[in-house]
Structure formats: C-alpha cells, structure tokens
Design a protein around this ligand. Structure first.
Ligand code: PNS
Length: 167
C-alpha cells in the first residue's frame, strides 16, 4: 500500500515582525498539514516601511519555532505560486482576523488560483485575544515607546527593543 503524500502548506507573509497572532495561525496550520513552510516574502502587495530586513525576519521566526520539527522558515522572491510549486506545497495558509481582512485575502487567493489552479488557500482564525494584533501596529506602538511585550515573543521583543534603541 502506498502512503499518502505528506501535505505541505505554505504560510506566506511579510512578518515584520512575526507576532503572537502569526504564531497562533502557524500552530493551527499543523493540524491540517504535515509540514508548514513559513515563507517570508521579499515583495509584499502592501508597501510598508520595514524594521527588519528579510534575513533578520527569517532568523527571528526560526528562533520562535526552534524545536518545532514540522515548521521550516524560508524567504522567497517573486510570485508566491512559483515558490509554492517549487516547494511542493499545495496549500496556502492565511489568517483572517476580521471582516476587513477578507476583501484583500479573497482577491489574493483568487489571483493565486488563476495563476496556478492546483493551489488551495485556506483561512484560519486566530484566538480572539490576538485579533487586533498586526505587525504594522506592533511596529508603530514600539516606535512610539509603547509596551508590545504581550504581542510578540521574547526573542522578537528583545530584537525590536534593541533595533529601536539604536534608532
Ligand atoms: O503579510 P502580508 O504583507 O499581508 O503578505 C502579503 C503576501 C506576502 C502574502 C503577498 O504580498 C504575496 O504573496 N507576495 C508575493 C508576490 C506575489 O505572488 N504577488 C501576487 C499575490 S496575489
């Protein structure tokens, strides 16, 4: 009897920086996929001012998920669907925090489906206590001196504080 092929899911995003909400989605994704690749995009549809460069974001996410054998962290350039195909991933995971996320997410999912019909996007919902957290708000609050300790993991907090101290 042949074993079924392991399901590989891709969780793409900017992750600048990874938040507790992202971590929750990644852990939830392990219940629907055998392996998860967290994919840090060099090109995001949203133009933002970044705090961490892509290699730093990858390093931070690796620290956050150290010891989690089913999660890999990679960066990619170019189209998400090309990277997914190259990695053998058939699922794209995205988090939905609120109705306001939906329009953008639906548009991306349908564009990706158009570009590569074999890809499926699934939306996972984070725990309610993470629903208001976004990387952009974490960056803004941290830059303005607010406490973001409950929104990001300790390694992220440490690196964020050091980066902002340096200015
Ligand atoms: O965390 P973000 O910034 O909302 O993630 C957006 C991301 C990175 C998933 C999206 O911009 C993307 O897939 N970028 C890669 C380039 C690409 O494939 N663009 C077409 C998407 S429909």
């Amino acid at each position: 009897m042949t074993r079924p092929k392991p399901t590989v899911a891709l969780y793409p995003g900017s992750f600048d920086p990874i938040t507790c909400g992202h971590e929750d989605i990644a852990r939830r994704a392990l219940s629907v996929a055998d392996r998860l690749i967290i994919a840090v995009a060099s090109t995001s549809t949203h133009v933002k001012s970044s705090v961490f460069d892509v290699p730093e974001r990858v390093e931070l996410i690796r620290e956050v998920f150290a010891g989690e054998e089913r999660i890999e962290v990679k960066s990619f350039e170019g189209l998400l669907v090309n990277f997914a195909r190259q990695q053998g991933a058939t699922l794209v995971v995205r988090g939905l925090r609120a109705v306001s996320d939906f329009e953008y997410e639906l548009q991306m999912a349908q564009m990706n489906q158009e570009l590569w019909p074999e890809i499926e996007t699934i939306f996972l919902v984070p725990e309610a206590r993470f629903s208001f957290i976004s990387s952009s708000l974490v960056r803004e609050v941290a830059k303005l001196g607010g406490d973001v300790a409950s929104f990001v993991s300790p390694p992220v907090l440490e690196r964020l504080s050091a980066r902002l101290r340096r200015g």
